[in-house]
Ligand binder design. Structure first.
Ligand SMILES: [Zn+2]
Length: 565
């Protein structure tokens, strides 16, 4: 329930939807009412089991409630609860299991409250909670854990996407740069071994498993929204644009394909290479049973937890800056109203077809002329970008992986346009048999595969589907990685109308050259491991269509490489 509530309530606040807000309030009121004299709240079974993990999720819900409505019960409630936690004997504070691995969530809530009350006991509690949380400073992947991967909670994909940021959360208290560096060290360790694939995720079909790094392995939907949340938190703590890049990469490429376009069903695992979303279990995953069919009924965690992915993403589109300005950190059509400079309330509307369009328009509304800095993120992939204000191009050269800062006196109606000039680029994954993936700006591309939707269960309102391939998928791409533009061309680009993450009517389409690879076959219902390239094929060269991987439920986004030099 708290998993679901976390996304559901925030969705209501963002949309201003009275029905969602009222339903969420019923559950939140129950949480308030359950608080005991000593500050504990929630089911008494959790107390008996010394399990604080469910409470950590409810704390997030209460923080959102306070941010959205200023509900006066929240601050005293949290203060009482953290007094309870502070009174726990050491052995009872995060003794084991998920709560120990995920104690950093609790830590964030403590800082949230401290920032509002400055109660010094909270900093003592924060130190204790961090020291009682599982060790996310040590190399996440190491030979000792490799030997015990089945039992090590450190290899669970979702735990990694959460735990990886905790040293940086604690950095807010220690101000020790080492804590930020540890996050990067562990991110590189995980991605270098299991994340050699497009879409911002790493293969963990429950756990990362030594020897299972192929892009067919898949990431759990929970791990996508949790990784986005970690990148959003790291973005706020450090201000560094790379975290926004990483968050967008998941949001635009991996997450949409985890769900049906009508958002009524999702699946447990989504992989860059996935040729059959069937319910057979004939896949080499750690768990048995159905994991890739789209089913509203059978996945215990993801369908509840996934709900916070888009609302939290939306909440991080805009950030306040330390110099009383505003930063457009993640890009999407939106409108922000905020105080800037000495407290003048301004609004900025953002209009764009991004990530499918190549420019973003901002319009400033202000009651009076006001000077403040406007930060625009220049993504790492944006080698060329330009900004114009009221139609006049700014002379400064923009740095990819940094912010463009426009400090000026803003007047009502001022318009800013940020334009990208994305090129088609090819990433070669040397560690994955020199396989290749195609990128244009924020989007990765995958082979368009014909889909047969086959209902196999569920109800008429909440049906469960298999999606099966109707066209060949075993292509290698013929290209020269240094000059991909010679064989991969932009064949269509238009602003999306309605749900953009669908194969028919994909807003951006590329055409590429390819040859069939008859020896690349399925294993059971699963795509075979990528054959190492460069390969040769006697099959005729043909033109294939590539669509954004977020639009494709069946996909090949990591291709075997056939040299076109
Ligand atoms: Zn899950």
């Amino acid at each position: 329930m708290p998993y679901w509530l976390k996304g559901y309530a925030d969705l209501g606040y963002i949309l201003g939807d009275p029905e969602i807000i009222a339903t969420a309030k019923k559950w939140l009121d129950l949480a308030f009412r359950s608080q005991q004299k000593d500050g504990f709240f929630g089911p008494t079974d959790n107390r008996k089991n010394k399990d604080l993990w469910p409470n950590m999720l409810v704390l997030s819900c209460l923080q959102s409630l306070h941010e959205a409505t200023g509900d006066e019960r929240v601050i005293p409630f949290l203060s009482r609860y953290f007094r309870f936690e502070h009174g726990l004997p050491e052995a009872d504070l995060l003794p084991d299991s998920w709560q120990k691995l995920r104690g950093g969530e609790n830590l964030e809530s403590i800082y949230w409250l401290y920032n509002r009350t400055r109660d010094s006991f909270l900093l003592d509690l924060a130190r204790r909670v961090y020291s009682r949380t599982a060790d996310w400073e040590t190399d996440i992947i190491n030979p000792q854990r490799d030997r015990k991967w089945q039992v090590s909670g450190f290899y669970h994909g979702v735990n990694i996407t959460m735990g990886i940021r905790y040293p940086a959360v604690y950095y807010q208290q220690t101000r020790d740069r080492r804590h930020l560096d540890l996050v990067e060290k562990n991110y590189s360790l995980v991605m270098n071994q299991y994340g050699q694939q497009p879409g911002g995720m790493f293969g963990a079909d429950e756990n990362i498993r030594p020897g299972y790094g192929d892009p067919r392995q898949g990431a759990e939907t929970c791990s996508m929204v949790e990784f986005m949340n970690s990148h959003e938190a790291l973005l706020k703590i450090t201000g560094e644009t790379r975290y926004a890049d990483r968050c967008e990469e998941i949001a635009f490429n991996s997450l949409p394909a985890a769900m049906t376009p009508d958002l009524r069903a999702l699946h447990y695992l989504t992989a860059p290479n996935l040729i059959s979303c069937d319910c057979s279990g004939e896949h080499d995953f750690q768990n048995d049973g159905t994991l890739v069919s789209f089913d509203p009924w059978s996945y215990r965690c993801c369908q509840h937890n996934a709900a916070f992915g888009w609302p939290y993403f939306t909440e991080h589109l805009w950030l306040a800056t330390a110099d009383n300005g505003l930063a457009a950190a993640l890009y999407a059509p939106s409108e922000i109203t905020a105080k800037v400079a000495d407290g003048t309330e301004v609004s900025i509307s953002e209009e764009t077809a991004y990530p499918f369009g190549d420019f973003i328009d901002f319009t400033v509304s202000t009651p009076a002329a006001v000077r403040f800095p406007l930060y625009l993120r220049v993504p790492d992939w944006a080698a060329e970008a330009s900004i114009s204000v009221d139609g006049k191009k700014l002379p400064d050269e923009l740095q990819p992986g940094a912010y463009a800062v426009i400090s000026r006196e803003w007047r009502n109606g001022d318009r800013v346009r940020l334009t990208f000039f994305p090129k088609v680029v090819v990433k070669m994954w040397q560690k994955m048999g020199n396989s290749v993936s195609v990128r244009r700006g924020p989007l990765w591309f995958s082979l368009k595969i014909g889909e047969e939707w086959k209902r196999y269960g569920g109800t008429d309102v909440w049906p469960a589907y298999e999606i099966l391939p109707t066209t060949p998928w075993n292509y290698g791409l013929v290209l020269d990685p240094d000059h991909p533009e010679a064989t991969i061309v932009l064949a269509g680009q238009r602003a999306p109308a309605g749900q953009p993450f669908v194969p028919e009517g994909a807003p951006v389409v590329l055409k590429a050259r390819a040859r069939l690879l008859p020896d690349w076959k399925p294993e059971g219902r699963m795509v075979g491991r990528i054959p190492p390239g460069p390969l040769v094929s006697a099959e005729p060269e043909t033109e294939v269509t590539l669509i954004p991987m977020g639009c494709a439920r069946l996909r090949i986004a990591s291709f075997p490489f056939i040299s076109g030099k």
